[in-house]
Structures are given as structure tokens and as C-alpha cells.
Design a protein around this ligand. Structure first.
Ligand code: TLP
Length: 347
């Protein structure tokens, strides 16, 4: 199978398995796991933050951030298609008890004036308190697009002016940094807290990190514990995170090249629509409406050709490149799209 459903399907590298085997461990709830501490220090340093916390997943990292920034009855501002709003099972409402104020974005970017308007005035007792603004970079549902540092700076300026914290869902932040050939700090300097995943294109089997100010991370540590995320000999899982951060970042450029090649070839096919300028990292969104098939029908046809993708809407398919996708897989996928569309137009 050519598995283009997500970069989450990547398996740990040999170095990761070796690092897991050899990891020095201790009880991390007692803060005695040297490998977890090493990963947290490394991540904090790379992300330009005072401290970091190893968490089980991107969702846990984001939700611990929401819980630490806000309290029940507060409001958080999110992009309408953001992962925190769209894909985390309503956790912000279920766990933190915050309400979400969503703003539709253009290529993942909420208009600055809309953000400004959405921030509540604490002097009016009718209104909820605005506890957090969430950004996502790269933006998944917008097709892996990059929020440029300049945009993030503008958001941060408004947030600081109004005294509101900014949290970045940076599940794929390293993809953004590699694509723009800049340091991740170019982005993280404009947020208070950031969550980064090791288990996507960076290929670690599990884990994310939440980074931010030291006192914030102390409170976050308690929220993680409350959520059952206090892990004991967690160095076994942190070890591949260290490999991810030190060895796996630069190769993301390969995934980006293959995604671009795939997109350029597929948009030549009749009935297939792709916004090429949005193919900036490892995600390709494909509108199959004009083929007369739904995303699910098209995905079934692809599956018959041993290719897997994800449905991102009634007519929208997402294909995601990653370490296990080769040049041959890209050309086989292109061939399959040609065959499926041809068969359809002859039917
Ligand atoms: N995204 C997954 C699915 O949940 C959609 C994927 O296949 O892309 N933030 C962003 C931007 C994400 O894309 C994801 C995972 C997460 C957070 C959550 O990470 P995990 O799966 O580790 O909880």
C-alpha cells in the first residue's frame, strides 16, 4: 500500500529504536527521568522558550495549553478550520469549559482586524474573558500552508496590546521552518506557548512537547497529571523525540518536493482541481468534484490501486507525503489518478 493518509503513519527509524532501547530512565512524575529532561531542555532551547513539557500527543499538548491559559467560562479565539476546533472532539468545551470564538481564515490566516474585533472588553460584565488566541502552523485543513512570521508578528502585536496570550499549534512547525529555510524561532518569537509534534513527519512513534514560560509550564505539568499524562519511565518514549529533533528535521524538504511534484502532475488531469500556490509543504488537497465522484468514491478507486488517502470534505481528498513515500510511489499515484479519471470519463 502507498499510504498517503497522513504523516502520522511514519514508523520509527533504526536510530530511534536503538535510542529507545538504550534510554536511561527514571520516574518522570518525580522528575527523575534524565531522557525526558534532556528532551524537554532540548525542545525548549530549539523553540526559544524557557521551559518545555513532554506530552503524549499533539491533542494533549494543545488541550493542556487551553486548560492552562483559560478557565471555565472564558473564550478562546480560533481559526474556523483549526485542529483545536475541528478535530479535538470538542475537548476545549468538554475539559476546560471554555467557549470557542471561531474566525474563518484565508489560507489559515484569520484577518487581523477580525481578531482585534473579537477580543472582549473585560470592563463589561456581560462578556466572557478572552483567554487565548490560537494559531496553527502549518495549517492542516488549509492544505499545509505556512503562516508567515510577519503575519504571526501582527497577531502577536494585537494580542500583546490587549493582554491576550497566543498559543501556536505547531504540530508541523518544522515543516514551515524547513520550507521557508528559517529557524523555528522566527515563528515562536511571536507566541507565548507552542505545541510541536514528534510523531508526524519527524517519524517518532509518539509524543509532542508544549513549550512556554517557566511558570506556565509548571501549571501545565499539573494539568497534564490531572489528565493522566504523568508518565513514569517515559524516557523510552522521549528518546526517539531527541532523534526526531536532532536528525529528522532537514529531510522534511524531500517530502515537500514530492508533494509539489505530485500536485503539479495531478492538476493536469481533467476533473482534478488543486490550488498549487497552497502546496507549500507536505500536504496536497485535491478537489475531485468535476470527476463526478465524491471524495469517498474516489478514495475507494484509489484503494483498488493500493493507494490510501484521507477525505477532507465531500469532494476534497488530502494526500500527505512523508518518509516512507518514494519517487516511485509518487509516479504510481499519478498513474492511478490518470486511470481512475479515464475510466470515469469513458463510463
Ligand atoms: N492531525 C491528524 C488528524 O488528527 C487530522 C492528521 O492526520 O493530520 N494539530 C495539528 C495541526 C494536527 O494536524 C494534529 C494531528 C494534531 C494537532 C493532533 O496530534 P495528535 O494526533 O498527536 O493528537
Amino acid at each position: 500500500m502507498i499510504d498517503l493518509r497522513s504523516d502520522t503513519v511514519t514508523k520509527p527509524t533504526e536510530e530511534m529504536r536503538k535510542a529507545m532501547y538504550e534510554a536511561e530512565v527514571g520516574d518522570d512524575v518525580y522528575r527523575e527521568d534524565p531522557t525526558v529532561r534532556q528532551l524537554e531542555e532540548l525542545a525548549a532551547e530549539k523553540l526559544g522558550k524557557e521551559a518545555a513539557l513532554f506530552v503524549t500527543s499533539g491533542t494533549q499538548g494543545n488541550q493542556v495549553a487551553v486548560l492552562t491559559h483559560g478557565k471555565a467560562g472564558d473564550e478562546i479565539i480560533l481559526e474556523a478550520d483549526s485542529h483545536i476546533f475541528y478535530y479535538e472532539g470538542g475537548a476545549a468545551a468538554a475539559l476546560a469549559g471554555v467557549q470557542t470564538r471561531i474566525i474563518p481564515g484565508i489560507k489559515g490566516q484569520m484577518p487581523i482586524d477580525k481578531i482585534r474585533e473579537a477580543i472582549r472588553d473585560d470592563r463589561d460584565i456581560h462578556l466572557p474573558h478572552t483567554a487565548m488566541i490560537g494559531l496553527e502552523n502549518t495549517h492542516n485543513r488549509a492544505g499545509g500552508v505556512i503562516l508567515p512570521p510577519q503575519y504571526m508578528k501582527e497577531v502577536y502585536q494585537v494580542a500583546q496590546e490587549k493582554g491576550v496570550a497566543v498559543h501556536l499549534d505547531g504540530a508541523r512547525l518544522f515543516n514551515a521552518a524547513v520550507a521557508l529555510e528559517v529557524d523555528v524561532k522566527e515563528f515562536t518569537q511571536y507566541v507565548d506557548t507552542v505545541q510541536v509534534c514528534f510523531s508526524k513527519g519527524l517519524s517518532a512513534p509518539v509524543g509532542s512537547v508544549l513549550a512556554g514560560p517557566k511558570d506556565f509550564i509548571e501549571v501545565a505539568r499539573k494539568w497534564r497529571k490531572r489528565l493522566g499524562g504523568g508518565m513514569r519511565q517515559a524516557g523510552i518514549m522521549a528518546a526517539p523525540g531527541i532523534v526526531a529533533l536532532t536528525q529528522m528535521v532537514d529531510r522534511l524538504a524531500e517530502d515537500h518536493r514530492r508533494a509539489k511534484e505530485l500536485a503539479v502532475a495531478l492538476q493536469e488531469i481533467k476533473g482534478i482541481q488543486i490550488e498549487l500556490e497552497s502546496v507549500q509543504t507536505n500536504i496536497v488537497l485535491i478537489d475531485v468534484k468535476d470527476t463526478g465522484m465524491t471524495a469517498h468514491q474516489f478514495l475507494e478507486e484509489l484503494k483498488n490501486c493500493q493507494i490510501l488517502g484521507s477525505a477532507f470534505g465531500e469532494y476534497l481528498i488530502r494526500l500527505t507525503t512523508h518518509r516512507h513515500i518514494t519517487d516511485q510511489d509518487i509516479s504510481d499515484t499519478i498513474d492511478a489518478f490518470y486511470q481512475i479519471s479515464k475510466k470515469r470519463s469513458q463510463a
